[in-house]
Unconditional design. Structure first.
Length: 234
């Protein structure tokens, strides 16, 4: 029932035109609203988007740590390979994740995410804020991110954009959790399967992994995105 509602929501947004001003896709990480005390992490993310015009690949390498029990900071280097096979440093990003509620204390768990990104060779910026939501239903979990973003700079138009990212997963076992993901925003609507998991090996040390394949629903053109993420928390 929940999955049918999510699919219906994506179809409605596609039909009415979710507010957006850009044409780039938004397939990326779906954030959970949690922060572990004293956590430190190394993260690598890859997003490969296949279009009729070719393949665009983006990678992120990040380092983060918890500055408080409810607040973590992470910095990223962003690299991108365009459809002409050129791979370069694209930009930098600083991210703050704030856990608003104690896990399991209320009906749902809530958090906030704040990001600032700058292009490497251009004076172009993007700032965003997101509301993070997670709710458990038996052995399933629903995670949703609602983003509001603003872009400005010397070579881009000033734009306000919105995004929705949803992950609905079945917690079969810690290392294997199949899911369905939905992405809406920036002129893009996509849905597809994903699988996530984690392996704990010493105290709070753990390795998380994510893999998803999202198909765009915007027309007859080819638009497939593969996303992969590895996160080591220690």
């Amino acid at each position: 029932m929940i999955l049918l509602r999510l699919i219906s929501l994506a179809a409605i947004m596609l039909a009415i035109g979710f507010p957006a001003l850009a044409d780039d896709a938004i397939v990326d990480k779906v954030y959970h609203p949690y922060v572990l005390p004293n956590e430190r992490e190394l993260e690598w993310r890859l997003v490969s988007r296949q279009l009729d015009s070719g393949n665009v690949l983006m990678q992120r390498l990040g380092y983060g740590y918890a500055v408080r029990e409810d607040l973590s900071i992470e910095v990223y280097l962003i690299g991108e390979r365009d459809d002409k096979e050129n791979f370069d440093l694209e930009g930098y990003e600083v991210e703050a994740r704030w856990m608003l509620t104690e896990q399991g204390k209320y009906w749902a768990d809530w958090g906030m995410l704040f990001e600032v990104e700058k292009e490497h060779e251009e004076s172009n910026w993007e700032a965003s804020a997101a509301l993070l939501f997670e709710k458990e239903f038996g052995r399933t979990s629903l995670t949703a991110n609602v983003f509001a973003e603003y872009e400005w700079g010397s070579s881009i138009e000033n734009e306000f954009e919105t995004e929705l990212r949803v992950n609905y997963r079945y917690r079969w076992k810690p290392a294997i959790q199949p899911a369905i993901e939905i992405y809406v925003g920036k002129g893009f609507v996509g849905i597809g399967p994903a699988i996530t998991g984690l392996y704990r090996y010493e105290k709070q040390k753990q390795l998380k992994w994510e893999l998803g394949f999202i198909t765009g629903l915007n027309g007859n053109d080819k638009d497939h995105t593969l996303r992969l993420a590895l996160e080591w928390e220690y």
